[in-house]
Design a binder for this molecule. Structure first.
Ligand SMILES: Nc1ncnc2c1ncn2[C@@H]1O[C@H](COP(=O)(O)OP(=O)(O)OP(=O)(O)O)[C@@H](O)[C@H]1O
Length: 247
């Protein structure tokens, strides 16, 4: 069974078509990158897959479950770090993990152990009891990454996983993502950073104007054709002329 199956997905906001006839299958165990310029339809696709919005047409499955008819079942299966989210400002990271643990049905011992593991892994142990409003943007991002993986879901969706992180933490997150994938899990990242997609992902789908315009395994690209070359070619852009309007 594929981790993700999307057939002819279309979703509009009023007269703006954000995703149009998008089809894509992601196998279990992939670290898949949804790469595209601003406004390409990445977030909309992710929101349909995670049961946050319903499509206008098309068929979507996450580990065989339909997020349209069974959004609660999908939310139990997956971890999500959406765009622009931060821990509640009035909670400390420790309280936030207690909250995530309660929602995810973890016992106190597991919550304490995972809180310590994540604080150690991403280096925020000294901030565990600091109110989130007093954390830096990068520290908040660390807490949100930990929250998305906290219940060790088989499928995780993350928007721009490395945003706001310093180079040392970026390397730690990359290492963790690779190890998590090697353990058989599936990770879907959305990004407009070509270098991140090329370095991190086993497979990259380039999205533009709401459709899939390339499906690439970065490791199989030659030195003559980098992922940036594919990206610029398929989104019909030049560095001099900027990115073609997609809507
Ligand atoms: N709530 C909304 N109301 C109206 N239009 C929207 C809404 N959300 C997204 N759109 C439009 O849908 C299109 C796709 O947006 P989406 O957020 O899916 O793109 P994206 O690839 O995630 O972009 P970015 O990289 O900038 O986050 C854009 O034209 C955007 O303006």
């Amino acid at each position: 069974m594929p981790a993700i199956q999307i057939d002819d997905l279309t979703r509009a906001y009023g007269d703006v078509t954000a995703v149009e006839e998008l089809s894509l299958t992601v196998a279990e165990g992939e670290l898949f990158g949804l790469l595209g310029p601003n406004g390409a339809g990445k977030t909309t696709t992710m929101e349909v897959l995670t049961g946050q919005i319903v499509p206008d047409s098309g068929r979507v499955r996450v580990l065989g479950v339909d997020p349209v008819t069974e959004p609660t079942a999908v939310r139990e299966l997956v971890g999500v770090l959406p765009e622009k989210e931060s821990p509640p400002s009035f909670m400390t990271p420790r309280e936030y993990f207690d909250f995530v643990g309660a929602v995810r049905g973890l016992d106190d011992e597991a919550v304490d152990e995972r809180t310590d593991t994540w604080a150690e892994r991403l280096g925020f142990a000294e901030k565990l009891d600091t109110m989130a409003t007093d954390l830096s943007r990068g520290q908040q991002q660390k807490v949100m990454i930990a929250g998305a993986f906290f219940h060790e879901p088989a499928v995780v969706f993350i928007d721009e996983p490395l945003a706001n992180l310093d180079p040392i933490v970026q390397e730690r997150v990359k290492r963790f993502l690779r190890e998590y994938r090697e353990a058989g899990n599936t990770i879907i990242i959305t990004t407009h950073d070509v270098d991140v997609a090329a370095e991190l992902c086993s497979r990259v789908g380039v999205v533009h104007g709401g459709g899939l315009v390339a499906d690439v395994r970065p490791a199989e690209l030659s030195a003559e054709e980098t992922l940036l070359d594919v990206f610029l070619d398929r989104v019909d852009a030049t560095v001099e002329g900027g990115v073609a309007a997609d809507d």
